[in-house]
Design a protein around this ligand. Structure first.
Ligand code: AMP
Length: 307
């Protein structure tokens, strides 16, 4: 099974209490692809500028990520600058420069057209919708967004939500989208906007899946996956996208998408997020092995087992 992902491929300048990282490789689609690549084939749709060189290309190539859909344009790549000095759970954005993404027209290579899974990573909802509409054959569509789009581009975002099976966002975004401070009520209202399943990420406290009804195939009760209590959190950037990559990558690797597969996918999402935050940027995510991933999955099982 293959996943096509559209989203930002970027350079990030990040500051956290552990230090800083200047113009390190980032972007929602980058973190997602790297995390998902440990489970299944991944194909990326994005645009980069002239500052995206052989070194960055190699990060994707060494994980067998298909980059035919990454267009090279004249200009600079998407740039994001953020810090976590006051709160490790929430980034403070200092700069967002869309650069080449400002005039991006996504083109889907023919070789991507048989993808069964589509992930609309965080990017302008207009682009998310265009890609969704160009790939009507996909079996499962999931997506992400952020406060920036919820606040200033809500009508376009609401159109995207109508075409999603699974929405993965954090708790602040859930409350903001629903304009309701109670998480359960907010989740119910977001499920009314289109997705059959809502995965609410709680940063260092794990994630909760909500479903519209028992008919969604995963049961009507919420399901909570923990996060691993870590002694050193270096850089939370990309934890949410890595969660999504682990979650969706695992689902795509399964012969059947059963309720049990969804539950394990929630744990694999947490596993991938827990690795990402251990180093700046994509460093930790680039160097993993499937054995390490499965060992951490077992650790998650152990710390949540009751009897
Ligand atoms: P996360 O920490 O998982 O929420 O995502 C962090 C990544 O999102 C960074 O690598 C940024 O490059 C990327 N990012 C930040 N702002 C935006 C935006 N407005 N649109 C798309 N990607 C963004």
């Amino acid at each position: 099974m293959a996943i096509t992902v559209v989203g930002s491929v970027a350079f990030d300048s990040i500051e956290s209490p552990a230090g800083r990282c200047e113009r390190c490789l980032g972007g929602a689609a980058t973190y997602f692809s790297l995390a998902a690549s440990y489970f299944t084939d991944v194909r990326v749709i994005a645009v980069v500028g002239e500052d995206f060189g052989a070194e960055e290309e190699q990060v994707f190539a060494s994980h067998d990520i298909d980059t035919q859909g990454i267009e090279r344009a004249a200009g600079k790549s998407f740039f994001w600058q953020g810090s976590y000095l006051e709160n490790l759970n929430e980034a403070k954005t200092h700069a967002t420069e869309l650069n080449v993404f400002g005039s991006f027209e996504p083109r889907i290579p023919d070789s991507y057209r048989d993808s069964e899974f589509l992930f609309l990573a965080n990017i302008d909802p207009i682009l998310q919708r265009r890609v969704r509409e160009s790939m009507p054959q996909v079996k499962l569509v999931a997506g992400d967004t952020m406060n920036y789009w919820i606040k200033d581009h809500k009508p376009a975002l609401l159109e995207v939500l109508k075409g999603l099976d699974v929405l993965l966002i954090n708790d602040t975004e859930t409350r903001m989208l629903a304009q309701n401070s109670n998480l359960v009520q907010a989740a119910r209202s977001v499920l009314g906007m289109g997705p059959r399943m809502l995965v609410v990420k709680h940063g260092e406290y794990g994630a909760t899946a909500f479903h519209r009804s028992a008919e969604s195939g995963v049961g009507a009760k919420p399901f909570r996956a923990p996060a691993l209590p870590l002694e050193h959190v270096v850089d939370p950037t990309g934890a949410g996208d890595s969660f999504a990559g682990g979650f969706f990558g695992y689902l795509a690797s399964q012969p059947d998408i059963t309720p049990a597969a969804f539950r394990r996918a929630m744990f694999y999402g947490s596993v991938m997020g827990s690795f990402t935050v251990e180093r700046f940027g994509t460093e930790r995510l680039e160097q993993l092995s499937r054995d390490e991933i499965d060992a951490r999955f077992d650790l998650f099982r152990e710390i949540t087992h009751l009897d």
